[in-house]
Design a protein around this ligand. Structure first.
Ligand code: TYD
Length: 225
């Protein structure tokens, strides 16, 4: 057995790149905000990479189909599938980009598992966090932007987008538990997780998001060759 496969791997701050995750309930506007941030970074000549979970890799795309458009998935199997997607994503996309000095913007990461599987599905936030940390070799983002909005605002936006997936069909209580858990996480890790009020015009939200990321880049120096 090759024991070196289990050797500790570096935390995010050990890389020349910067790891930024976007979190929040369904339909809060993460994708739009990542697009706008990516445009702004591009204009400033900052090397960056957009990615997402689940489905940021070829294997992940298959896992995503099973999770969101397959049949019934039992809660523990669901948690393990998200963790498997994350493990492969981190290993094959996120760490290599961070090692190249890029700014990595991911649409969802481990806080989604803690909130969706840990709290809303009642598997236990700590156990789900530990599972994700095991899966990723302990890789936490340098910055997490939590887009926060009333569940019905997010649900209305998600509904306007067209047919919903399995998780978007959950009842309002599920989405309220989710929002509460995200806010608890932000209170527990205020240095890493910044709450941005997403119940405002897109441009206002984008200005705040860009400010947070650009300040961090200025301190850290990532994305510039
Ligand atoms: P997606 O279409 O990306 O939703 P959104 O646009 O709202 O981000 O689908 C991802 C779904 O998977 C979303 O409902 C949240 C859920 N999810 C989990 O339950 N656990 C996780 O760890 C992740 C990453 C996502």
């Amino acid at each position: 057995m090759n024991l070196s496969a289990f050797a500790p791997v570096p935390p995010a701050h050990a890389y020349p790149g910067l790891f930024v995750s976007f979190e929040g309930g369904d339909g809060v506007g993460k994708t739009t905000q990542i697009e706008l941030l990516s445009e702004a970074l591009g204009k400033s000549g900052i090397a960056h990479r957009r990615t997402r979970e689940p489905g940021g890799t070829e294997l992940g795309a298959q896992i995503r189909r099973l999770l969101l458009h397959g049949g019934e998935v039992s809660p523990r199997a669901e948690a393990l599938l998200y963790a498997a997607d994350r493990a492969h994503h981190v290993d094959s996309v996120v760490r290599p980009a961070l090692a190249r000095g890029e700014v990595v913007l991911t649409d969802r990461y481990l806080d989604s598992s803690i909130a969706y599987q840990g709290a809303a599905r009642a598997l236990g936030p700590q156990e789900v966090r530990d599972l994700s940390l095991w899966a990723t070799g302990g890789l936490l983002p340098d910055l997490t932007i939590l887009l926060d909005a009333e569940p019905f605002v997010g649900a209305a936006r998600a509904g306007a987008r067209g047919p919903s997936d399995r998780l978007e069909q959950e009842p309002v209580a599920f989405h309220s538990a989710l929002r509460e858990q995200f806010l608890v996480l932000a209170r527990q890790e205020p240095e890493r997780i910044k709450v941005v009020d997403a119940d405002r015009p897109v441009e206002e939200v984008a200005a705040e998001v860009c400010g947070l990321v650009e300040r961090l880049i200025a301190v850290h120096g990532a994305g510039r060759s």
